[in-house]
Design a protein around this ligand. Structure first.
Ligand SMILES: Nc1nc2c(ncn2[C@@H]2O[C@H](COP(=O)(O)OP(=O)(O)OP(=O)(O)O)[C@@H](O)[C@H]2O)c(=O)[nH]1
Ligand SMILES: [Mg+2]
Length: 302
């Protein structure tokens, strides 16, 4: 019998280091939304890559943020930290040639859990002289023995094959948990559609607002050659409702259009998308409400 290898690999790091970009690049498709703003990812998002004998089950996590005050941020941190313990391998992401306080805090969690881990330097396309990485590697190596140090650019798809090679070396011998076809997803589930809308909101609106929104898919129907979808964007205050809608509906129109175009390209099908904006006060401080939405937990597909 040929040996098979399989394991859970979690991608952790401070907000905005490129965790979601990395998982999308590895899987060669978009499964997790990304943006320039911190704390874009809310759930642990799972993607599977099988390469002959090796099956890698990746978990994208919300950026770990130690100064969490709001309940939402606490829930996000908890879910990111708990996966470290449950993983066979952890990818610790840092960016460029810098190790900041927030990175050190995440590093400390890895040290505490004694996780099997690879240290990944992302965004090296923005590092002129790769020697700048050496003192950081020395500093980290003095604190913990990582299996490898791998420089990559998730955005430019550089160093990814090297990284995959290191990951495969670290996978435990195990039967594959997912059938190969689990990797193909035809109809996007409600979670993915709502994430796509949230990505467009985050990318096009102000810095604070995006974290005060959540999106629910109300209706989804395959009509004759056309996918028809209705979504509700919830915000925490009336003033935010006006921001999301914009002057004469311009923002909402743009958000809807960008989402629709991306879905059409993915599905190769016409999409009709209706968007509504509603106010739900203080939602992001209500932990019970958050968990009912699945925020901060592994989501089930709809
Ligand atoms: N130049 C460069 N930019 C990158 C690279 N990887 C990611 N980015 C950018 O960094 C920003 C953050 O990327 P995300 O993938 O959303 O980061 P994240 O770690 O998932 O962020 P949170 O979910 O908020 O914790 C985006 O604007 C990406 O395009 C890279 O290799 N090089
Ligand atoms: Mg992310």
């Amino acid at each position: 019998m040929k040996k098979t290898f399989c394991g859970y690999i979690s991608i952790v790091g401070k907000p905005n280091v490129g965790k979601s970009t990395l998982i999308n690049t590895i899987l060669d498709k978009k499964i997790s939304i990304t943006s320039r703003k911190s704390q874009t990812t809310r759930n642990n998002i799972l993607g599977v890559k099988t390469d002959e004998a090796h099956q890698m089950i990746f978990l994208d996590t919300p950026g770990i943020h130690m100064q969490a005050k709001k309940t939402l941020n606490k829930v996000l941190n908890h879910s990111a930290l708990s996966v470290i313990e449950d993983s066979d391998l952890v990818l610790f992401l840092i960016q460029r040639a810098s190790l900041q306080e927030q990175d050190r805090e995440v590093l400390q969690k890895i040290i505490d859990t004694k996780a099997n881990a690879i240290c990944v330097f992302n965004k090296v396309d923005q590092v002129q002289n790769k020697n700048e990485l050496l003192p950081i590697i020395q500093e980290i190596d003095a604190q913990y023995s990582f299996l490898d140090y791998v420089p990559i650019s998730a955005l430019k798809n550089e160093g990814i094959d090297d990284l995959l090679g290191c990951i495969k070396q670290a996978l435990p011998e195990n039967n594959h948990l997912y059938p190969a076809e689990a990797e193909e997803k035809e109809m996007p589930d409600n979670f993915f559609i709502s994430e796509l809308v949230r990505e467009k909101i985050i990318r096009s609106l102000g810095d604070e607002l995006p974290h005060e929104t959540y999106v629910v898919v109300e209706t989804k129907a395959m009509e004759e050659k056309m996918l028809s979808i209705g979504v509700i964007i919830y915000v925490a205050r009336d003033s935010q409702k006006s921001i999301v809608i914009g002057h004469q509906g311009s923002n909402l129109k743009r958000i809807g259009q960008q989402t629709r175009l991306e879905l059409e390209k993915m599905l190769n099908k016409k999409v009709m998308l209706k968007t509504f904006v509603k106010v739900n006060k203080n939602w992001n401080n209500d932990a019970q409400y958050l968990s009912s939405l699945g925020v901060g937990s592994n989501h089930d597909s709809s």
